[in-house]
Structure formats: C-alpha cells, structure tokens
Write a protein that binds this ligand. Structure first.
Ligand code: TAP
Length: 474
C-alpha cells in the first residue's frame, strides 16, 4: 500500500505537505489495511491550481475526443476489474459478489453510459432568434462517501469529463483506495495532466476547503444531510453551484394484488444489499393491513435466507457495516425502535452469533411500526426494515410521502393503472415498479431534503455545464 505519495496532482502522485495520517480499516476483520496522508490546505491549493490550469485546453476539447476518452477509461477500468473488486471488498467489507455485480459494475456503467449519452448530447442549438451554447462550468470539486467507493466517484468523474470540466476529488477517508486506483486508471487511459486531481484527507479540511475555494466553480457532493447543509452554506460565500445527493427513507408500497413473496424479496434485497448502507434503499415497507400476516411470514424468510458473513466467500450476500461508529448508530436505532413500541419480527441488538470480529449487526425487521416513529423517519443506514400497514391507497401514499426525504420509491403489484398511480404520486426522484431494472441513462437524485440536482447519463452531464444564450448571430 502507498504510505506517503497519495495525492494525485497534475498527473503525478505526490506527498503531503503535512505529516498527519488517517488509518484505513477492513471492517470485516477490524484490521488496519493501510493509511493515507491527511491532506492540507496547501495540498488542496496545488490540486485546484492544476485543475484551473487544465481548464482552457480541456474545456475546448471536442465532444468526439471526450467520447473516446470515456471509452478508453471504461476499457482500462475493465482491465483492472479483479484488483478493483479486491480493493472494494477489503476497504468496504462488501461481499465479493456485491463488489463485482454492484460496485464494480456500476462504476463501469457510468463511464460507458456517459460516453453513449454524449453521442446524442447537443452543446449548441439554434432557437430562432437566439442560439444556446452549453459550456464547461469550470473547475469541479467532488466529495464522495464511503458506501459506494466506485459508483459515487465514477458517476461524478464521468459527468465532469463528458462536460470538459477539470476536477479535484476528495474521496471518503474510510474507502480511499478504490478512488486512488481510479486515478491510475484515468491516467493510463490518457486523461490529460491536471484534468483529474485527487486529494486525500479529512472532510473538515479538504472537503470543507473544496466547498469554500474561490477557484472551484461547482461542488458535487454525496453524503449526509448535515454535511450537505454546510457545503451549501460555504458555497454561498462565492455563489457556487452545488449538487447534493443526500439521504433517504424510501417507501416500498405493496399493493393489495401483489405476490407477497415477491414483495418480501424486494424488501429483503433493499435492506440487505450493501448491509443497508444505501441512500436509495426502501427501508419502509408499506403493506395492506389485510396482508400483514402473509407479508411478515414471507419477509422473515426472505431476510433470513441471505448468506451473512465473510465478504471473501463467494456465497456471502451481506457483510459488516463500515465502522464501529456506524455499528453504534445502528444499535441505537434498534434500541429506539424497541423503546418506541415497534414489534421485533427478526434480529435485534448485539452481534450475530459466531460473528464476534467485524462490525456485523443482526438483520432486523420491525413490524407494527407507525410512520411517526424515529425508526420510520430517520435514515439508519443499516439492515433495518420498518413494516407499516395501510387501509386504503390514499393512506399508503400519505405514509409514503410523510418524510423529509424523496430520493427513491418502490411499488410492487399487478394492476398497471394502480402501479402508475402510485409511481406518479410518490414524491421522489427515482421510482422502481416491480422488477424494473436500473437504467444508467435515467437521472438519479432527490426531491426535498434528499438533495439538489441529478447524476447519471445526460442529466449528469448537464450539472457540469453553464448555459449561454447568444442573440444576434443567427
Ligand atoms: P458524511 O460525513 O457526509 O461524509 C461524506 C463525505 O463528505 C466524505 O468524503 C467526508 O469526508 C466529507 N465530509 C465530512 N465533513 C465534511 C465537511 N465539513 N465539509 C465537506 N466535506 C465533508 O457522511 P458519512 O460520515 O460518510 O455518513 C454519515 C451518514 O450520511 C450515514 O449514516 C448516512 O445516513 C449518510 N450517507 C448518505 C449517503 C448517500 S449516498 N446519500 C452516503 C453515505 C452516507 P471524510 O470521509 O474524511 O469524513
């Protein structure tokens, strides 16, 4: 592992001007797997200067050049498949099957889809008496969380490259190594010097510095609402554009005519995938009161059927949480749920038997939950499901929308009209109906306190652009 040369600035790995370091742990073994420098303001300034210097030429590259670059990155990313999967598995504790089929694959898709989206993207348009030009916004600052080390970084990097915006990335301190691999992948693929820069370090120094920096024109942030709010306030000092992808408390509305086993499988996948550390996970199953017993039986079985344990085993489907802090947070929510009077259908506090080492929690399902309970209102970021009953569809929608969040929504059932009615009336940025597959051209982002802006595909490219209207030329 690199120990000191771990900021990637102007095309090379350099050491930090400070001496502090941050340790990185494997959450399944609780062992330290490496450390990174805790970058300084001076390190950040160097990275921003490199990106600023790269702007005049990179922002003028043609769409075709950037398509080729994105395709070259996707190829190089593919060449590093096995290494990426290993690194994600180690630093996140993600099961190897999820590291491959979700984390690795999502990162790849973002580069591929940005290249495809760019083919049909128009940077200039004549509109009668005026012309529209879309131009690179300038230097972008990217701040990413730990829960999807290649997905969150790749979607931002792909959007910035597609738009011709040089960037400075600050990856999450708990999962920096996959992001550092991306730096090498981008360089090998031919990304020009200064276009991609990475500074490791704490959120309070490097993240905060990015959000305040006068030479950064746009900040794309994914993470908690609390930090999102700070970034918006800091950005306001220099009237910076910000995109925020924040938390969620997404509903899964189960219709009266749904197959309860299918509905339960959807619910189980949502809380078990990535150990529930997913901003768009459906964590509230809103089910017809008449189907309560059938759903409870099915969901208990579906959650219990997930292979839980060592991330390195191919059959493992769910691993540990990222850290001791996250473990404590999830425990306190389970305690709150019990205290609030919800019924424990599965799981509870403490570690699962035979998994003493690692930040493992018991997959937990609460039933008899009312939507005003803390466990139904706050983002837990762990494998904890709340089952809430409704008596008619209006009530189901009222419960679904009774949240400060609006990132995603899910609906399962048979009647097409009812499915469309629910999909149209959930106030959230991305809705999945039954087995609807993830489409990386589809925009991703939140209503309400789930954020501002959209990522993925052409909407993701728009974020890194300014719009200019020209009159008198046509
Ligand atoms: P955050 O603390 O928001 O961290 C996200 C990123 O922001 C990290 O790179 C972090 O750096 C950085 N950061 C921290 N403080 C900052 C500041 N003052 N200014 C600028 N950047 C700063 O989230 P977390 O600790 O990873 O997770 C906490 C909670 O956030 C979770 O429990 C979950 O509810 C939510 N969360 C949501 C998402 C999504 S996808 N919406 C993803 C992760 C977490 P460091 O890594 O160095 O601290």
């Amino acid at each position: 592992m690199r120990t000191n040369l771990n900021h990637f600035i102007n095309g090379e790995w350099i050491g930090s001007t400070g001496s502090e370091t941050i340790q990185v742990c494997n959450p399944a073994t609780e062992e330290v797997i490496g450390e990174i420098s805790s970058g300084t303001e001076e390190d950040l300034n160097k990275a921003v200067a490199a990106a600023k210097a790269a702007f005049p030429s990179f922002s003028k590259t043609s769409k075709e050049e950037r398509i080729q670059l994105l395709e070259a990155i996707a190829n190089e990313y593919e060449n590093k498949k096995d290494e990426l999967i290993d690194v994600i598995t180690e630093e996140l504790g993600s099961p190897v099957s999820i590291s491959q089929n979700v984390h690795y694959t999502m990162g790849y898709n973002h580069f591929k889809h940005a290249a495809e989206a760019l083919k049909n993207f128009s940077f200039e348009e004549n509109r009668g008496n005026h012309k529209i030009r879309k131009e690179s916004i300038g230097v972008s600052g990217l701040i990413t969380p730990w829960n999807f080390p290649t997905n969150q970084t790749s979607t931002k990097i792909a959007g910035a490259i597609a738009a011709g915006s040089p960037m400075v990335l600050k990856p999450a301190s708990m999962t920096p190594f996959a992001a550092m691999m991306l730096a090498d992948i981008l360089a090998t693929a031919g990304v020009p010097k200064g276009v991609f820069n990475l500074v490791n370090g704490s959120g309070s120094t490097i993240g905060n510095g990015i959000s305040k920096h006068p030479d950064i024109d746009f900040v794309s942030f994914t993470g908690s609402g609390k930090v999102g709010e700070k970034i918006m306030k800091n950005g306001a000092e220099t009237i910076k554009k910000v995109a925020l992808e924040l938390g969620g408390k997404s509903p899964l509305v189960v219709l009266e005519d749904a197959d309860m086993e299918k509905a339960a499988k959807t619910a189980a996948w949502n809380i078990m995938m990535n150990t529930g550390q997913v901003c768009s996970a459906a964590t509230r199953a809103i089910i017809p009161a008449s189907k309560k017993e059938a759903f409870e039986k099915a969901v208990k079985q579906a959650v219990s059927s997930f292979e839980y344990g060592d991330p390195k085993q191919t059959e493992t489907k769910t691993g540990p949480l990222i850290s001791k802090d996250q473990w404590d947070t999830v425990q306190s929510y389970i305690e709150k749920g019990i205290h609030e009077g919800a019924t424990l259908l599965l799981g509870g506090t403490g570690k699962p038997e035979d998994l003493e080492t690692g930040y493992y929690v018991k997959p937990t399902v609460f039933t008899d939950v009312t939507n005003d309970m803390v466990i139904a209102q706050e983002e837990i970021f762990g494998p904890v499901l709340s089952v809430i009953t409704y008596n008619d569809l209006d009530e189901a929608l009222e419960i679904a929308n009774d949240t400060i969040y609006g990132l995603a929504g899910y609906v399962v059932g048979k009647d097409k009209e009812t499915l469309a009615h629910v999909a149209n009336n959930i106030k959230a940025g991305q809705i999945t109906v039954n087995d609807g597959k993830t489409d990386f051209f589809a925009p991703f982002g939140g209503y309400k306190q789930s954020g501002i802006g959209r990522e993925w595909g052409d909407y993701g490219i728009e974020e890194y652009l300014e719009v200019k209207a020209i009159m008198g030329l046509s």
